[in-house]
Write a protein that binds this ligand. Structure first.
Ligand code: WTA
Length: 646
């Protein structure tokens, strides 16, 4: 199978054996089409409700949706207790692998005890339903326990990726008003302990809502201690009772806030609620991956600090009583076969990862996976950015042994769960395309006026009906929620911010962001956020940032900066200083790949920076149309400054 076969539309049919036993068949699309609300209602019945809803969807005040109105449930009970009550207490919920090679096996019964203890501890600290709890943790089981403990008592968790800076943590704590931070001394990263507590200390010092910091001991690094505020997890949680009676909360009770980059410098607090979220996350996890709780070993390789971790390491798998892998570290520690070793060791059957990881594996070569027994795998998943056909084919052949369907899942922090993807026992796969709206989801490709497009014409992706796991608002900012997502085509059409096209077969191809959001290794980073960080440095007068295509990370961050008159153009040294400055300010994931010092930036007559032209430069393209530029000689000035190879 070559790239040209793919271009000629070669399809990969669903493997027969898998199709014969798949959780869902082709009829699911017709069923959902016939009655969308009845379809989601039956998906909701896979959960355990303390009280039935009296209305499936209230869309009387768009874009503010309410799902399963009047229903009540406890999310933690659904993820843990009910499986123990059903006699599955001894089933493993997580096989956890620490980066240094230490391991823990956690059964559903043990998880239930830990979650109850942590819930009792939070209650002792005065945390009440509706309060916000920040979680800033490495990939250790206590991160999951903390999330579920919040859900159990109706507190709203707000997980911040451990790779974010103290600044990023501080602004999220302030915006959400978190009263407790759960963290750890550190975690293991690339073979060494990496501290987390110092960033929490710095962040909390600059905020005023946090009463307590609960610290898990992981690396045994020395930590600063603020008496009265800081508490060791093992002191407070371990002595609690394993009994805690879950209270049922309203289906629309807030479950969590997850901050994500938007087109301005201020991240948006995406709010997810309970009943609809768990319904769609659990159903999609079961249908998209054909999850069989008794026999599968499921592994999502994401970090818990991203939505993929929330929906497909924690809530979906636990709601479905899956046995999951949780791995703390990086793929190359202590060697490049680490992931494959884990797949072999635990007999992983379903692997869900990102194109950027696949491309890194491609660079390392097919000999690495070939050295391990990967025959347990039966379904593969992809998320985070479009998967290019070359990476798809490599994944299919070298990891999937040519037999595993690849489920390319398009979705967003805002959508909460899968929205466009093939189904493994149903769809004939087309490498590079996410193909089909999920059953019960209405997606269209439209032009600027909102007219539907087909025939390979590039347009914008929109969602035309509300869905259960949709965001409910931006925390504390309903207006921004309406403006960002529901104003471009009216209040009943969700604008995703992605370009897309529909091919002759009606399959959807996602084409990346159409706004000022970059996608670096599957992480969303706003150009404005990096620009504000750069101009906050005393040497920088003005900055423009673009995402330029990158063979491994999808996009790489390229910055153009104008220095202040007083700043000497000290060349490489200053560039390094600025790169480090951004990494420290936002987090290492936002560190620019390249910074170019220029005299001027191309602007339109209305003063808008023409990022399109800068992107042309960063990607070595012939310059596009420069007629709207105030002074086209600017571009020559910039080009003259560039190193020969960039
Ligand atoms: C992009 C991650 C193409 C897209 C779950 C989206 C994708 C943004 C895919 C959301 C995919 C994610 N194909 N593009 N399979 N998955 N994206 O919020 O641009 O971190 O808008 O959610 O990633 O990123 P987020």
């Amino acid at each position: 199978m070559s790239e040209s076969d793919v271009q000629e539309g070669h399809r990969f049919p669903a493997p027969e054996q898998l199709a014969a036993q798949a959780n869902v068949g082709a009829d699911v699309y017709a069923e959902a089409e016939r009655d969308r609300l009845a379809f989601w209602e039956s998906a909701a019945r896979r959960l355990s409700w303390a009280q039935e809803w009296d209305q499936v969807l209230d869309w009387s005040n768009p874009p503010f949706a309410k799902w399963f109105v009047g229903g009540k449930l406890n999310i933690a009970y659904n993820c843990v207790d009910r499986h123990v009550e059903d006699g599955h207490g001894e089933q493993v919920a997580y096989h956890w692998e620490g980066e240094p090679g230490d391991t823990r096996t956690i059964t559903y019964a043990q998880l239930k005890d830990e979650v109850c203890k942590a819930a009792n501890a939070l209650l002792e600290l005065g945390v009440q339903a509706g309060d916000r709890v920040a979680v800033y943790m490495p990939m250790i089981p206590e991160a999951v326990v903390a999330m579920l403990a919040c859900a159990r008592i109706g507190a709203v968790h707000m997980v911040v990726f451990g790779g974010f800076s103290s600044d990023a943590l501080a602004s999220r704590i302030t915006d959400s008003g978190a009263v407790v931070v759960v963290t750890s001394d550190g975690g293991y990263r690339r073979g060494a302990p990496s501290a987390l507590k110092p960033a929490v200390d710095e962040a909390v010092a600059r905020t005023d809502s946090v009463r307590n910091v609960l610290v898990v001991r992981r690396t045994e690094q020395d930590v600063e201690w603020t008496e009265g505020r800081d508490l060791w997890w093992h002191d407070v949680v371990d002595r609690q009772s394993t009994e805690h009676t879950p209270e049922a909360f309203d289906a629309e009770h807030p479950l969590y806030i997850m901050y994500t980059s938007g087109t301005t410098a201020k991240p948006k607090g995406i709010l997810h609620t309970s009943g609809g979220y768990l319904t769609q996350v659990a159903y999609s996890h079961w249908a998209s991956f054909d999850l069989k709780p008794d026999t599968d070993v499921f592994w999502t390789s994401a970090d818990i600090g991203w939505v993929t971790g929330h929906s497909y390491i924690v809530y979906g798998p636990l709601a479905n009583r899956a046995t999951s892998i949780m791995y703390e570290g990086t793929p190359e520690t202590p060697h490049r076969g680490r992931w494959f070793e884990i797949i072999e060791k635990y007999g992983v059957t379903i692997l869900y990862t990102a194109p950027t990881v696949i491309r890194t594996f491609m660079k390392w070569g097919e000999d690495v996976p070939a050295g391990f027994d990967l025959s347990s795998l039966r379904v593969l998943g992809s998320v985070g950015e479009p998967i290019n056909p070359e990476a798809w084919l490599w994944y299919h052949k070298n990891i999937g042994g040519g037999r595993c369907p690849i489920v390319d899942t398009w979705w967003q922090t805002e959508t909460g769960a899968h929205m466009i993807n093939p189904l493994p026992g149903v769809t004939d796969l087309k490498p590079g395309s996410a193909q089909t709206p999920f059953p019960g989801i209405s997606a269209k490709v439209v032009d600027d006026e909102g007219n539907e497009l087909g025939d390979d014409t590039t347009g914008l992706l929109v969602l035309t009906e509300p869905w259960p796991s949709m965001l409910r608002t931006i925390w504390g900012d309903d207006d921004r929620y309406v403006d960002t997502y529901w104003s471009r085509f009216g209040t009943e059409v969700y604008f995703a911010g992605d370009g897309a096209k529909k091919d002759d077969d009606g399959d959807i191809w996602l084409l990346g962001r159409v706004d000022d959001v970059m996608n670096v290794s599957g992480h969303r980073i706003s150009t404005t956020e990096v620009e504000s960080s750069l101009v906050a440095h005393p040497a920088v007068a003005e900055a423009a940032v673009v995402g330029a295509s990158d063979p491994t990370t999808g996009q790489g961050i390229v910055a153009f900066v104008i220095l202040r008159g007083s700043a000497e153009d000290s060349g490489d040294e200053l560039v390094q200083t600025l790169r480090t400055h951004v990494a420290r300010d936002i987090g290492p994931i936002a560190k620019p790949r390249q910074i170019m010092v220029v005299q001027e930036l191309p602007k339109t007559r209305s003063g808008k920076i023409m990022r399109r032209l800068l992107r042309d430069i960063a990607e070595n393209r012939e310059l596009g149309d420069v007629t709207t530029l105030t002074d086209s000689s600017v571009m020559n000035l910039i080009k003259d400054k560039l190193p020969a190879n960039s």
